[in-house]
Design a protein around this ligand. Structure first.
Ligand SMILES: Nc1ncnc2c1ncn2[C@@H]1O[C@H](COP(=O)(O)OP(=O)(O)OP(=O)(O)O)[C@@H](O)[C@H]1O
Ligand SMILES: [Mg+2]
Length: 345
């Protein structure tokens, strides 16, 4: 870990700025915000119309003077000012006032594993704009591992896979640090994109962005496995005529389309395992892989990993909020650092 637990314990709030969702943990109050990272702006006046859930619902349905923007893309803050405005709105006046009472407001944030200095700077700037005097950055992989209760501080290997919207990060952790890690730029968004492209090519249907999720749900029970319903009905717009049309889609074919992006993830896991020292790989054979992040819920994804790696695969209890919860645990001081004192034993 680059920052010490002591420094994190002094933070007052923590933010997980995700490409899909933003989560805010306030010390002593818990996880207060878990909303889509979206903001709707009136382009004539520059006024903010909505943030979070409301803004996401407006996506693709707005008149031309309202624009729905996503200030975070690919795991990085791309529009600092908009991210600040969104966070202010999401926190609400009451919480913001309470936070401002701290003379030296300190914030923590998690950043993707290989975030470059520019991306780290953007995250820091965003929180400084919210009034933080000091910002501590934590690797998402470590925050998520702590959030799902893995014994990261012990001298045994644990493997964590953070399946986000923009990317999938895989790491082997031991003694509170990352031994090997890989960030694969394939996540829930790439899976959604594969489904949209499939329907466009095979059925000449334009799928509204908001309909991808219902389709995934229709696949589920068993999405990537073969026991789901054979067909499901989808409504969209015809590519050529532009008229509304519905088609019956073969779920097996959709499953096939999803496989392509997921193969990249499997390659990444292989790479991490190959780079890992043999002693740690032996630990992993019993303990297996723990999946966190929203896309860990993609039906059948865990089964696919189990087949490909031959290792046990678990999904964390609340995979989507693990990273934010991990930050919270560190803020509240619930993590005991490892005391290396062999002489006392
Ligand atoms: N039940 C579900 N089934 C399939 N996919 C899901 C489910 N729930 C969420 N997702 C996917 O998970 C993704 C969001 O995950 P998460 O909230 O971890 O992302 P994030 O933290 O915002 O992204 P990142 O960490 O990559 O910046 C979305 O792409 C969404 O499509
Ligand atoms: Mg995330």
């Amino acid at each position: 870990m680059t920052v010490s637990l002591e420094q994190l314990r002094r933070c007052h709030f923590a933010v997980d700025l995700g490409a899909a969702r933003t989560r805010i943990y306030v010390k002593g109050a818990g996880l207060l915000v878990d909303q889509p990272s979206a903001a709707a702006v009136n382009t004539r006046t520059g006024a903010l119309i909505a943030v979070g859930e409301f803004a996401e619902q407006m996506m693709g349905r707005t008149p031309d003077y309202i624009r729905v923007v996503r200030p975070i893309a690919g795991g990085t803050v791309v529009d600092i000012e908009m991210a600040q405005r969104m966070l202010r709105q999401l926190l609400g006046d009451k919480t913001r006032r309470a936070l401002r009472r701290n003379l030296r407001l300190r914030a923590a944030a998690c950043t993707p594993h290989d975030a470059d200095p520019l991306a780290q700077r953007a995250t820091t700037e965003t929180l400084v704009g919210l009034g933080a005097r000091k910002v501590e950055l934590v690797d998402t992989l470590i925050a998520a591992a702590i959030g799902c209760g893995l014994p990261v501080e012990r001298p045994e290997a644990t493997m964590i896979m953070v399946c986000g919207a923009a990317a999938t990060q895989v790491a082997v952790l031991s003694l509170g640090s990352i031994v090997t890690a890989e960030r694969i730029p394939v996540g829930g968004e790439a899976v959604d994109h594969a489904i949209v492209q499939h329907l466009r090519h095979e059925h000449e249907l334009i799928l509204p962005s908001q309909s991808v999720r219902p389709l995934q749900l229709a696949l589920s029970g068993n999405g990537l496995t073969a026991q789901g319903p054979a067909q499901t009905e989808i409504h969209g717009r015809d590519v050529a005529t532009g008229l509304a049309r519905s088609v019956r889609v073969d779920t097996a074919a959709v499953r096939e389309a999803i496989q392509t992006p997921l193969t990249g993830v499997l390659d990444g896991i292989g790479k991490v395992l190959r780079a890992c020292p043999p002693d740690l790989v032996a630990d992993l054979a019993d303990r297996g892989i723990t999946m966190v992040g929203g896309s860990a819920l993609l039906p059948g994804f865990d089964e696919m990993l189990r087949e490909a790696t031959g290792m046990p695969v678990h999904i964390a209890e609340r995979p989507d909020i693990c990273a934010a919860q991990g930050l919270g645990e560190m803020l509240e001081g619930r993590i005991e650092p490892l005391v290396l004192n062999p002489l006392a034993a």
